[in-house]
Design a protein around this ligand. Structure first.
Ligand code: ADP
Ligand code: GLC
Length: 488
């Protein structure tokens, strides 16, 4: 007898290719698509930002939503489809149609009304998971992601409704606001407790989700353990330890269609494990495009990143003046902290023949760097999963990583006794600039041994990071959530 798959409302604040500030955008596009393909009745709820309105001009209204809390405006739901995947666009121009990215205004400051914007997203998500859903469709599970939709499990707890799952993509972002938002967002005063939504005298969206979701997950097994420790838990470790029995670590997959070096239209010369030598042509093209000397006698390191403390790129800035002497070249694409942006631009000015830097967000260049670099740098202080190291592995560009979170779960150091000839990259031994520098020296040395390097590249390219396996694990988690809710 065929077993019914649970139906799912997947709630997200970003979704590639339309709205993406980081890995959540990629995951929110690929995971629901993969679940849909596996036969799950899944709908993705996302704010109707200008990019989505432009992408789906024919989206039609499927529900009118009255104001659902004292400070929340009325809104509408529009239905659209992306390659068959049903989308629900939360249409509320006053909150979502404005310049900037989903979280920040054009000047880089938080939108001042983020509590209302994502309060609305959470409130609507919960409403769809409740009896009398205005869609006439009620999911078996409401799956929320990060703090922006994490208030939904609290509404479902206090008002009743479907079981919920929360996935933590980054525990450092928690969505904390003043007490006045409690009533404004329609939560009961009784929720203001240590085992409610209160967190150090603030309303914390993320804590609410972790407290009340039926099941919790995060994006790698190692991060699932790490966030239960004080160092990585950003204040939420005690709650996560309390909820450990409900917490899972499910490693992200990657979109193996758009990230495929054999068919990638952005590349100067597509290549595969059988035509690995062609990868070198992409290096030459990248050097040329970035204004670096076109030479093949030194390794080229690549970085594509948000420039923030999390990513540890200040460690790179601290040692990068040594690159010309190594010798090695460096290409950096990123944006974020203004100090770090300025630091990298100044580095490139000091060493124009060895370092090239582009500040900004550029999807095409990201693909070209993955293909053109010899090795990819991710010295992250913490990394819940990390997607770029998986793109790098697939592109035969062995990554250099701190062994934390998903980096530890995907990269095998080629010098580790445990690697047993399966090494696919490099672990940085410590969190100091010195440790990073030692790794760069080690990589440059091994790079010069071309047959050993090619072996590491082949090991990397053989890894399978498709969404097939993670999608199965999410389905199992949805089942757990529905069964445990029935038992209550
Ligand atoms: P995070 O979500 O913490 O930023 P991930 O590695 O999970 O880290 O995902 C980052 C995603 O964003 C990757 O797809 C990466 O290629 C992309 N990305 C980050 N910065 C840039 C940039 N400046 N230009 C293009 N893509 C970028
Ligand atoms: C977050 C994390 C990153 C992860 C991504 C997708 O932005 O920082 O490590 O890969 O979410 O889950």
């Amino acid at each position: 007898m065929a077993v019914m798959l649970p139906s799912v409302l997947f709630v997200t604040s970003e979704m590639a290719p339309w709205v993406k500030t980081g890995g959540l955008g990629d995951v929110a596009a690929a995971l629901p698509a993969s679940l849909h393909q596996a036969g799950v009745d899944i709908r993705v709820l996302i704010p109707c930002y200008p990019a989505l309105r432009a992408a789906f001009p024919d989206a039609c209204t499927v529900a009118e939503l009255p104001s659902l809390a004292p400070a929340l405006p009325s809104a509408r739901l529009l239905a659209a489809r992306s390659d068959g995947l049903p989308l629900l666009l939360l249409d509320c121009p006053a909150l979502f149609e404005r310049p900037g990215n989903p979280y920040l205004d054009a000047s880089g400051a938080d939108h001042p009304d983020n509590a209302l914007r994502f309060g609305l997203l959470s409130r609507v998500a919960a409403r769809l998971g409740q009896r009398g859903s205005p869609l006439g469709w009620q999911p078996d599970v409401v799956h929320v992601n990060d703090w922006q939709s994490a208030l939904a499990p609290a509404y479902l707890h206090y008002e009743g409704g479907a079981p919920s799952v929360i996935t933590v993509h980054n525990i450092a972002f928690q969505g904390c606001f003043g007490h006045d938002m409690l009533a404004a967002l329609g939560l009961p005063e009784q929720a203001w407790r240590f085992d409610g939504v209160e967190y150090y005298n603030q309303l914390s969206f993320l804590k609410a989700g972790l407290q009340f979701a039926t099941r919790l997950s995060t994006v790698s097994p190692t991060y699932a353990s790490e966030i239960q420790t004080e160092h990585f838990g950003y204040g939420l470790a005690p709650l996560l330890r309390y909820r450990a029995a409900a917490l899972r670590g499910i490693l992200n997959g990657i979109d193996t269609t758009s990230w495929n070096p054999a068919t990638d239209a952005a590349l100067h010369q597509p290549y595969s494990i059988e035509t690995l030598a062609d990868k070198a042509l992409n290096k030459l093209a990248l050097q040329d495009r970035m204004g670096l000397p076109v030479v093949g006698d030194r390794p080229l390191f690549g970085v594509i990143s948000r420039l923030t403390h999390q990513k540890g790129l200040d460690l790179l800035l601290a040692v990068a003046d040594g690159l010309p002497a190594l010798p090695a070249q460096l290409v950096v694409l990123g944006s974020g902290d203004k100090d770090m942006e300025a630091g990298f631009l100044a580095l490139a000015q000091r060493h124009p023949t060895h370092v090239a830097v582009r500040i900004g967000f550029d999807e095409t260049l990201a693909h070209r760097i993955e293909a053109g670099a010899d090795s990819f740098l991710m010295p992250s202080r913490f990394e819940p999963c990390g997607l770029n190291q998986m793109y790098s592995l697939r592109y035969g560009t062995p990554p250099v990583v701190r062994a934390t979170g998903g980096l530890a779960d995907t990269v095998v150091d080629c010098d580790s006794p445990l690697a047993d000839d399966h090494g696919n990259g490099f672990w940085i031994d410590g969190d100091s600039p010195h440790a990073l520098w030692s790794s760069l020296e080690r990589v440059s040395h091994i790079w010069r041994d071309s047959s050993r390097w090619a072996q590491i590249q082949r090991n990397a390219m053989r890894e399978d990071f498709s969404w097939k396996q993670p999608a199965k694990e999410y389905i199992a988690l949805y089942r757990e959530a529905t069964t445990s809710a029935e038992l209550q």
